[in-house]
Design a protein around this ligand. Structure first.
Ligand SMILES: *Cc1c(COP(=O)(O)O)cnc(C)c1O
Length: 398
């Protein structure tokens, strides 16, 4: 029985994922050692807070941060990061969220960084404050926006230059004692980014576990300041506990905590022991991976794809870098619809409806093109993509 046959049993079509690590296409494939680790984790019990504490130490080692936490994804990590900046460890504030009345609840974001991943911040109860224009923000705009109601500045990694850089944002925000959260969900590779944003002064950084890290789809890494991670923990763990026997009861006695909170805003974002273990194994494997070998493989794949594409009538291939700013080469295919006899939209649709079904990156589809990304391609799939394209269009006969 093939390892993919479960989808056949469920009568759900399998696809070739030629669009990178997109969540809507299943992210990417997990590392086999991470899958094995999840199976092993499913066979025994641990106290979840002890597992998360150990995860925090490992994340700290890998990222250079003080502490860390495993989340159910980068988006979940952003929600929990914003909630931590608003509520801290005050049980009354933790209980009130997502009603953020009476606490700092403004999250500043540069317009050039704004996208629909501000929903996690708003779900936590924050109000977005936008500064700057699409291509430019002035330092004084950030200065002017910071006030006693500011909870955090949310900074998107991998944005084009123009808006304020992370070091600039950190310098200004920290002068006003406001933490900076970085959305680094799609910022790997390069692997250096695991440490870079922390080194540049970010207080909390969220990475996706299900993209380049090749951990479980529903996992993420939150790395950063120990006090903020403490708040994340308090707002995330199952709080069906008794004060007299609670793991953190000493903090109640010493007054570090005013009281035991109820279930927090993070409680619906459950992370299983299997996800935590799978993520940790994937994270450690990513650190010791041969990234140069990955780059060479992608380069070889895109150059064969590009050559193949350029032999098909009506198509023109060009090798570019991924539009998200990651150093992953992709093939941009431009369609000359008068020669091809069909538009890029039709080709993308036929690829998806074909056998095998192929999903390419359709970001530039209305400009008459699409992208083929090698990140999630398995052996032999490159040939299948070229074969399908040739079948859909006619091969140039010279
Ligand atoms: C993918 C992505 C997210 C969400 O990450 P998940 O791990 O899927 O929750 C957030 N922000 C950006 C920029 C992303 O690319």
């Amino acid at each position: 029985m093939s390892d993919r046959s479960i989808y056949a049993q469920l009568r759900v079509r399998e696809i070739i994922h030629a669009a990178g690590t997109k969540t809507r296409l299943g992210g990417t494939l997990m590392l086999p050692e991470a899958v094995d680790a999840m199976v092993q984790a499913s066979r025994a019990f641990v106290k979840m807070e002890e597992l998360q504490e150990r995860a925090g130490q490992i994340i700290a080692q890998v990222t250079g941060a003080e502490s860390g936490y495993v989340t159910s994804g980068a988006a979940a990590g952003l929600l929990q990061a914003v909630a931590a900046c608003m509520a801290g460890t005050d049980p009354a504030r933790i209980h009130r969220l997502p009603d953020s009345t009476g606490m700092p609840n403004q999250v500043i974001m540069q317009k050039g960084h704004r996208m629909d991943y501000d929903k996690p911040a708003r779900t936590a109860g924050a109000e977005m404050v936008e500064i700057g224009f699409a291509g430019e923000t002035m330092p004084w705009e950030l200065e002017a926006a910071l006030n006693e109601r500011t909870a955090a500045v949310l900074h998107a990694a991998n944005r084009p230059a123009g808006p304020l850089s992370l070091p600039q944002v950190v310098e200004i925000a920290h002068r006003h004692k406001v933490p900076v959260i970085v959305d680094a969900a799609g910022a790997l590779p390069p692997p250096e980014n695991l440490r870079r944003f922390i080194a540049e002064g970010a207080d909390l950084v969220a990475f996706s576990g299900g993209k380049a890290l090749r951990g479980p789809q529903a996992s993420g890494v939150l790395a950063g300041n120990a006090d903020l991670i403490r708040s994340v923990l308090l707002q995330h763990q199952d709080m069906d506990v008794r004060e007299a026997t609670w793991t953190y009861r000493t903090d109640l006695r010493t007054g570090i905590l005013k009281g035991r909170p109820f279930h927090g805003i993070g409680r619906p974002l459950k992370v299983g022991k299997e996800e935590i273990v799978g993520l940790l194994v994937a994270l450690q494997a990513y650190v010791s991976r041969d990234h140069a070998a990955d780059a060479r493989r992608w380069q070889k794949q895109v150059s064969s794809l590009n050559n193949g594409v350029n032999q098909i009538k009506g198509l023109k291939g060009t090798i570019l870098q991924e539009h998200t700013g990651r150093p992953v080469p992709v093939v941009r295919v431009d369609v000359d619809s008068t020669v091809a006899g069909m538009t890029a939209v039709e080709i993308v649709t036929r690829l998806e409806e074909g056998e095998p079904a192929i999903c390419v990156d359709d970001v530039p589809v209305l400009d008459g093109g699409f992208l083929i990304n090698p990140f999630s391609l398995q052996d032999g799939e490159l040939e299948l993509i070229l074969g399908q394209l040739e079948k859909i269009l006619k091969r140039v006969t010279v």
